[in-house]
Design a protein around this ligand. Sequence first.
Ligand code: SAH
Length: 530
Amino acid sequence: MAERADTHAGADVEDMPELSDGDDDFGDDEAQWQWMEDHDGSPHVTCLFCDRLLNSVLDTLQHCTVEHHINLVDVINKHHVDDYSYIKLINFIRSTKCEPTHLMGLPDGPLPWESDDFLRPVIQDDPLLQTDPEELCGQQGEGLSTCEPSGAESRHAILQRANAAEERARRSEDALARAMEDLHKLKLLAQGLVLNAETRRTANLGSVAELRDDEDEAYFSSYGHYGIHEEMLKDKVRTESYRDFMYSNPEVFRDKVVLDVGCGTGILSMFAAKAGAKKIIAVDQSEIIYQAMDIVRSNQLEDKITFLKGRIEDICLPVEKVDIIISEWMGYFLLFESMLDSVLVARDLYLADGGSVYPDLCNISLAAVGDKQKHQERIAFWDNVYGFNMSCMKKAVVPEAVVEVVNADTLISEPTVIQTIDCNRVCLSELEFASDFCLKITNTGDCTAIVGYFDIFFDKGCCNKVMFSTGPQVTKTHWKQTVFLLEKPLAVQAGEELRGKITVRKNKKDPRSLLVTFDLRDRKLTYSLQ
Ligand code: SAH
């Protein structure tokens, strides 16, 4: 493991040289090792008093004693030669080529090698200079000079190798730290590039129409399962509103060509057929359309209803224009899913002059909520979780809008409409908007959240207008309500007008999800709906 890790670290360092200032000292170390290895065992120490080359420092000292009758250790001891003085002594002997007797007979007092000039080596890489004088004395005292000079030398060499290895390790660590720093910089650079690319790629994604098939696959496959259709069909408020609108306004449908955008199980197409439509074109990209084909056959409506599988944006209709477009495109907080984008594409491509899109009007509304218990459950909960403080989790919890049913008793303001959309007129860019609002507070207390919901109207040219609401005061629907929690509740007084601004925009990275920002008192709060 360690070896692999080392190898890896080494590879990293090697891969990054151009990024680091990189002091290239490794080379010096290598040279030193090479030098030590080359000289291992071959004569390489020059005698202090003649030209003889000897195998080791101790051999040299022994040679000096025998041949030149001077014991260097005696000189060291006599003159209390320390590390520096020892280096000077060696260089003094070599540079002045003094006689051994001269050294032995030196009087007490200033020594002839005291000048710092003698710190400069006379012989490059002189092994005598790399020897510790104290160690030299110790070794001689132990009689190593005569017994095992090469053993002592190898111990010294080991020490040197260890020191050098330590130095190498330190430099490697430094180099690795520099490489890591460079990697970090590269990572930030890469992240920046990717994010910019992402923004560029999605910058003009004002519509889901521009999504690639593979990017939208998950969306359509979620509609492939029967479960979601069962939930929608069982939502009576929703489904009966569509049915009532069509059945109670037969004059709107009689002999008309109808386009059903996103037909699902085909329910709206069948209502239209029963309401008197001449021809219905039912389009859906999801696999559920195959069930719809069976359902329509089972109800003997196949002569009136034609199915086309595909995205409305991509397919080619068998007619040039249609009189009516029906669709159930609404998502949470109305605009989540952005399916209205697709309906607008269909409208602009296929709706005949004087034709109508149904439902035609939609309101988005807000109201203030004062629900301390819910707030406690969702926010204060994190302050003490089994005795642990997890309050940092609030930063993740609060910005996610919650889809849930709000108890009407917890409303503390009148609702206010922040946006009205006319599906026959609205254009794509208007589906992102900012709106000032004013909430008339009805109960004094703490505002713990803002709730959002929508109302739907079948209005244009209808004798019998139909509408339904997804608000908290009426029968709940599968859209429930959308709750924007306030981390810190706002104290409000009955009669007060709580003013703010809401901005609704698509999430650039996923145009099917929404970002909702509230400017409320002096706070700016952004929520995602995904
Ligand atoms: N009309 C049905 C289903 C509504 S759900 C009903 O009222 O019960 C919305 C349907 O629209 C889904 O089945 C989905 O697959 C389909 N849909 C969404 N966007 C579409 C698009 N751009 N092209 C084709 N079908 C789409």
